[in-house]
Design a binder for this molecule. Sequence first.
Ligand code: F6R
Length: 357
Amino acid sequence: EKGTYPHYMLKEMDEQPGVVRKIIQEYSNDAGELTIDEAILSAISESDRIYIIAAGTSYHAGLVGKQYFEKLAGIPVEVHIASEFGYNIPLLSEKPLFIFISQSGETADSRQVLVKVKELGYPALTITNVAGSTLSREADYTLLLYAGPEIAVASTKAYVAQLAVLAISAYVTGKRKGRKIDFDLKHELAIAANAIQTIVDSKEELHKISKEYLSHTRNAFFIGRTIDYYVSLEGALKLKEISYIQAEGFAGGELKHGTIALIEKGTPVFALVTQAPVALNIRGNVKEVVARGANACVISMEGLDEHDDRLVIPKVHPLLTPLVSVVPLQFISYYAALDRGCDVDKPRNLAKSVTVE
Ligand code: F6R
């Protein structure tokens, strides 16, 4: 039930700190250490390459998940759009593990890939919010998101939950493989949960930002580099699906290869700056669009901030920034949709679970 909330989406965004805390709890053992099911841990550790298959927002979570498995567990990862993979299966490694990421566990595009994967005899793990869903039943293994029902069509808390579960899986695998990991993920996730809370609590400011940048626009751009790039894809998807503003997310360095032609006076450009190694580069991209008249909204992380950044998010571990930086983008999209009189929870032409190919 949405209770006193005007929309499920608002309620679900507000629930995000609690979702991260719940996941920490569900994935901790009696000794208080992060853990996942032993059989799943073995399946991941033994694979020589992970193939992540997903659609939409879950695909965007997969792109971040690739960073986690490669950096923490040392396992190469390919991330594929489900509707593409099934009809054009790439050359596979010797010991692949397939990971299906799906909030609903019912996405037909992902299911058709799972059916083919099972025919080929490869192991499959489903990461889903719905116990007993089709993708969960048909895969060998399941990891649950524990996000509680997600009713709004636009996925918010499930994305954050997917990132947390992917991080835990990769971290625990890395530990099992004896890899050098110099931080305590449990502690860092708790810090991220608090950071998300800080953003949730600043929703009035986020409404202002939404009005400032999106009131009179037809289009908007989201840019970032490395992990921020993946979050910018998700930011653009959120905005377009609920407010119908044409939005595009892309890698900052790609601007000059075409998209910059679209920048004119007043074009909103949201830029994420959470990654120290590329902070200067993305700030350079911001200068390029501002020089062409763009209305740039820089969202940076504490420690990398500069005086005229529009929003500064609390400092979290560099791998966990997506759990936090996506949240202002969700709220900004929500308010843009609200202010345009859109049906926030049920955008036109969309269904919560897409059970047709
Ligand atoms: C976007 C959104 C969709 C879903 C996609 C996959 O907000 O909700 O892009 O992410 O349809 O759905 P699941 O995760 O249920 O497989």
